[in-house]
Structure formats: structure tokens, C-alpha cells
Design a protein around this ligand. Sequence first.
Ligand code: GDP
Length: 304
Amino acid sequence: MFNSLSDRLTATFKNLRGKGRLSEADVDATVREIRRALLDADVAVPVVREFAGRIRERALGAEVSAALNPSQQIVKIVNEELVEILGGETRRIRLAKTGPTIIMLAGLQGAGKTTLAGKLAKWMKAQGHSPILVAADLQRPNAVTQLQVVGGRAGVPVFAPHPGTTSDLETPTGDPVAVAKSGVEEARQKLHDVVIVDTAGRLGVDAEMMDQARRIRQAIIPNEVLFVIDSMIGQDAVNTALAFDEGVNFTGIVLSKLDGDARGGAALSVSSVTGKPVMFASTGENLDDFELFHPDRMASRILD
Ligand code: GDP
């Protein structure tokens, strides 16, 4: 991730070394290179335009600093703007003041929701919480079983529509809204302080799926709705994120598959276009491949 973007930006800044002062032409040439590097990394066009505009404005207006040479000054500006575009401060889960904290997951099929459910549950358990997973994805034949496997690996119970045998679960029927509500009720009764509700995804955004997710949201009133997005989906990221934001008004973003060789554009675009923070990064298939997302650390990694 970000290797190519990182190399391109580093090379661009190298060109400025040794310059005592930056002319407008230097700034323009640098901003042009930054813009190209971001576009090649699949960052959405409007995001690149705004980002480049801000860098140019700040670089031209920058005070001459005794402590920083012009190249360092531009790196500092780009760093600060990258942190901003990635959501600013690290945003943590908002815990409910009373009753269980309800976390709903939404996203396309294959985005990594079910895997994330296990990762998040394991992570919260390690922090002293007592999570329960709720299988409200009744669309995909194996989704319930898969969540049960993930729950087993995380050491966390799973509330499923049919507490029967595996073969019963292969064709789950029923109403996902009712399952989600019952799952939350189960959490209350069994005194779990965190409920993570997995919902159905489709291969593409469709009205029926979105309506179902919206109805689940209305029924369980979650403290957080996390939109899980595959970092590899490139330019499609923006439209998918906007559709989900309109559909379920998510509260935070989880970038999955950050370990892949994606060019990084999705990561930089989704937070910017929706105004919602990236909260977690998912970096592999193991349940421990998961971390809180720190915009400042990610920006430093890009500019390394
Ligand atoms: P869902 O359809 O949204 O529930 O997605 P899944 O959790 O089933 O994930 C789809 C596929 O992506 C599975 O094969 C997962 O093992 C894999 N996967 C999920 N998260 C990650 C990740 O962070 N990195 C990698 N490399 N693979 C992941």
C-alpha cells in the first residue's frame, strides 16, 4: 500500500532540496507532481483538486521559516493536509452511557465485514469488554456459519437466527431486522456490554439491500455504524461510500485489506468525500491483523 505514492512524493520533494527560496514556478511544479501522484494512486479527482489547491495556497503563503528549509516546509504542509484528509484525530468507538454499545457493520459483499466482526470483537474483548456477535446477514448462504466460525476463533458468542445444526444454517430464513433486534435483546439479557451486528452485503449497491440496512439501523439505533470498505476497489470507492452514507448514514469507516497492493486511493478518498472518520484499519486475514487508525501515522508512512 502506498509504496508507489510514497516514492513519487519523496522524489518530488527531493527536487526542492538545496533551494533557498521557492518561486511560484517551483511551487506549481511541485503541486503538479503531487496531483499526478495522487491521481495515479486512484485518489478521486475532486479530492485531488481540493488537496492540491490547499497545498498550493499554503506553500505560496508560507512564512519563511528559519527552522525549516523550503523542501521541509512543503513536506510539513503536505503532511498536515494528509492528516486532515484522513480524518484528523484518531476517533475511538463511542460507548453507550447505559446499556450495551451497539455497533452495526455495513458494506458490500466481500468487503471484509464478517472478518472485521471477529477482529473487532476480539479487540474489544482484550480491552475488557464482553462482546456478542449478531448474525443478521441472511442473504449469503454461508454468512451465519462463517460468523459462528469467526466468533469461535475470537472466543465470543454469536447470536444466530437458527441455533440448530450447520445444515440448518446453510439456508437461513427469517427477517434480518427481527434477528438484529433479538440479538440486541439477548445482549441486554445476558449482560454483554458490546453488540456487533453483521448485516448483508451485495456485490453492488442495490436499493433492496440498502433498505434492509436502513431498517436494521432504525430498529436497533446503533451507537456506531461502521462502513467497511475494501481498499482495493479503487475509483469505485467514492460512489460506494456515498451510496452507503446516504443509505445508512454511517458514523465511521473501516479500511479493509490495507495489506494488499492497492494503490491507496480509496483510503484517501472515502473520508474526504463523506466527511466521516476512518476509525480502523484491517490488514490481513488473521483476527489480530487489525488496528485503530491513526491519521498522523498513516500520513507519516505515506511521506516516509
Ligand atoms: P464480507 O462479505 O463483507 O463479510 O467479507 P468477508 O469477511 O467474508 O471477507 C471476504 C474475503 O476477504 C475473505 O476471504 C477474507 O478472508 C478476506 N479478508 C477480509 N479482511 C481482509 C484483510 O484485511 N486483508 C486480507 N488480505 N484479506 C481480508
